[in-house]
Design a protein around this ligand. Sequence first.
Ligand SMILES: Cc1ncc(COP(=O)(O)O)c(C=O)c1O
Length: 369
Amino acid sequence: MTETMKSRAASLAHLRRDKLAVGDPIPLPLTMAAIYHAPGDATGFNQYGRFSNPNWAAVEEMLGHLEAAPCVAFPSGMAAISATFFSLLKAGDRILLPSDGYHTTRILADRFLGAFGVTTDVRPTSSFLDGGFAGYRLVFVESPSNPTLDICDITAVAEAVHAAGGLLVVDNTTMTPFGQRPLELGADIAVAADTKAPNGHSDVLFGHVACRNAEIIAAVTEWRQNAGGIPGPFEAWLVHRGLETLELRFDRMCSSAEAIAPRLKAHPAVSGLRYPGLEGDPSHNLARAQMERFGFLISFDLGSEQKAEDFINGCSLMHAATSFGGVHTVAERRLRRGDAVPPGFVRLSVGCEPTEELWAAMKDSLDRI
Ligand SMILES: Cc1ncc(COP(=O)(O)O)c(C=O)c1O
């Protein structure tokens, strides 16, 4: 971790310190309020629950501290992505999405943006630069892509997109601001599902938009206020609490994934393993250059649906579940979500369990399939 990020990680849990009066609770109080005491001119304080909430403000301050950019909180990662699209695009615009990224982003564009006159093209992450970006109002990158973990050169894409007059949005869900810093790499906007590692306990959905352009932040904030897709105060409170331990959890998860990926790769039942941290992985050199860590997701093929199901269900320290980034190790056979992968393709999200115990449980299950 860079010195700057170490210092940000250290001060993360102390951001409220200077605002406390004697006797105030040190943990963030939960404010459940649709209305506020609002006499006189309605400016400069909380008015109504769709406009603002102290728990949103606190979680946005934390996210902003990590992103080093203003952040707007949303009730899910998809709500953050929708707000970005619907507040910035207009009829006649053309956008580019990864063909191998999170499938719901493509569904959103196909099913809804098209009806408003926005045209969508797709391109594989590993060859994202090929073909250039002329004519695109907005280019959307997911690197590493979920679930195949391909990578594209964010700095080179940002330069080319800007030269063509477009905006670059990076979905940083798989990495968090501790693992990759899209805005510093040249992206205009970073979006993320804080449902994953930032909250980390798999008990809430959440998302955010981070951006250093005040007009864009104003547009997504206005979208949230008027479209009405707002985060619940309790969800914001939970994510605020989760963020206090993100650095610790992310470090354990990435370190365990780095230890486990080569052992999985060497196991005879495993083929096609992808992990950006492995020397020889097609993503490795670029990952070294642009990522702070290699992440906690590993993907591989176990040859058949039955073997993949047996591995996942037979491992005592793994849950069969979609999603990733939580304290529990989980895995999913991604064909069941409709991704373009073989039946035995598994996406593994390494959790916070002690590394050697986790590996022993995985090996035991693999040896039995
Ligand atoms: C890369 C990526 N982006 C966005 C999302 C959407 O997040 P949410 O489920 O919180 O809407 C997901 C969810 O899995 C994801 O994997």
